[in-house]
Write a protein that binds this ligand. Structure first.
Ligand code: AMP
Length: 415
């Protein structure tokens, strides 16, 4: 089994209880990090209960389930949709098993801190971990800091979440992020930090979190995700100026960068594409031959915005190129006279070994075609990718280093 790291984690220790409901709300706010399966485990008077299944948070949990799960500690998980991993047994929280990647563990046993510390030393790769024993809630961030994990408070409650947006969703105050390698142990209202696996300043957070994965209202490593995306758009406009009439973003992940592009270029921002809100990423995609149909169901082009116009279309990234091709043709059908495609990420040239679901090189369009060939395949009038230099400027507030292995083929640890 492989556990994909964009998965979302939420954990809470609250002596006043009702941790299941808080975790449910927290997972709802992290749904974008995984739509395949979800689960919540709780401790009530030392007894562990859990409920998990494939599906979205709102479908898997019902009021009676949450009532049954009520407790003074909880850990929850949303699992990222990956190819061929939709079985119920892949839902978490799990009872401890390590592979690469995020692991939400609910451990109903006599778990001692030393056991967790030793285990963490032996793990390589990207993971955030929440471990719950009858008395303790333990949060762990991997020593390279590939994935985010933050901590907040709500009264006496201590809360951990993959992203700060989940803290706000449950009315908690953001306190801080865990340092790479840090272990935080919560026992009742006592909080203790163990830093023996911290490596100092050599953090390598996944830069794709800013571009695509995280929610725009989250702050990661001190940097607002929304502003990082807007910066990417501004930098794109500076690197590749164009004459056009309107700038549009591909919803949802291209919108913030499109706004930045419009601000920098002075070209008006428009709503050129509308996304069907009821489509999650679990949408049953027809076979490759009818991908066109899938994009048509997800997105509609607004002729009133694009007809007769030279359009700048900004998306967060191009992976296989199939989506961009379909969107370009939707815009042309709606009357766009020119479509200039901008990706706010550089071309993907290498796989990710740290949890982002990037396909193998043979499926990555940028590995197999020149930029001009890609432009032609996508059917755009021009095609531009954010440069690597600019990529490193999108998050000036971030107090961490980055992993950009999928754009460079160079990774912070041996793969
Ligand atoms: P493609 O048709 O393969 O080029 O798909 C590109 C689209 O996939 C972009 O609009 C991205 O928003 C989205 N995307 C990028 N990375 C991922 C990922 N790891 N998982 C799911 N979707 C992604």
């Amino acid at each position: 089994m492989s556990i994909h790291e964009e998965c979302g984690l939420f954990g809470i220790s609250d002596p006043h209880g009702d941790c299941a409901r808080t975790t449910y709300y927290g997972l709802y706010a992290l749904q974008h990090r995984g739509q395949e399966a979800c689960g919540i485990a709780t401790i009530n008077q030392r007894v562990l209960s859990f409920h998990k299944d494939v599906g979205l948070v709102g479908d898997v949990f019902h009021p009676d389930v949450l009532d049954r799960l009520n407790g003074t500690m909880a850990v929850g998980h949303v699992r990222y949709a990956t190819t061929g991993g939709g079985q119920r047994e892949n839902a978490q929280p799990l009872t401890l098993k390590y592979v690469k990647g995020t692991l939400a563990v609910a451990h109903n046993g006599n778990l001692v801190n030393a056991g967790v510390c030793r285990a963490v030393k032996g793990l390589r790769g990207a993971f955030s971990l929440l471990v719950m024993s009858p008395q303790k809630l333990i949060a762990v961030r991997d020593p390279w800091g590939f994935r985010p994990l933050c901590m907040g408070r709500r009264g006496d409650a201590v809360i951990f979440a993959s992203e700060s947006c989940a803290l706000h969703a449950v009315g908690a105050q953001f306190e801080r992020e865990l340092d790479p390698g840090e272990i935080v142990v919560v026992e009742g209202t006592q909080v203790r930090s163990i830093r023996e696996n911290c490596q100092g300043s050599s953090s390598h957070m996944c830069i794709f979190e800013y571009i695509y994965f995280a929610r725009p209202d989250s702050v990661l490593c001190g940097q607002s995700v929304h502003l990082a995306r807007r910066n990417a758009g501004r930098l794109l406009a500076r690197e590749f100026p164009v004459e056009a009439d309107v700038v549009i973003g591909v919803p949802d992940s291209g919108l913030d960068a499109a706004m930045g592009f419009a601000e920098e270029s002075g070209i008006p921002y428009g709503v050129g594409l509308v996304k069907n809100r009821y489509i999650g990423r679990t949408f049953i995609t027809p076979g490759q031959e009818s991908r066109e149909q899938a994009v048509r169901i997800k997105l509609g082009a607004l002729a009133s915005c694009v007809a007769g116009k030279r359009v700048v279309m900004v998306d967060d990234s191009i992976v296989r190129g199939t989506t961009s091709k379909q969107i370009v043709s939707l815009l042309r059908e709606a009357g766009a006279t020119e479509v200039h495609m901008y990706s706010s990420a550089p071309p993907f040239i290498a796989p990710c070994y740290f949890g982002t679901d990037i396909p193998d090189r043979d499926a990555l369009i940028a590995c197999n075609y020149t930029q001009e060939e890609m432009r032609e395949m996508i059917g755009a009038d021009s095609l531009h990718f954010l440069s690597l230099e600019a990529l490193h400027q999108i998050a000036p507030q971030a107090d961490c280093g980055f992993c950009d292995g999928c754009f460079t083929g160079t990774y912070p640890i041996e793969v």
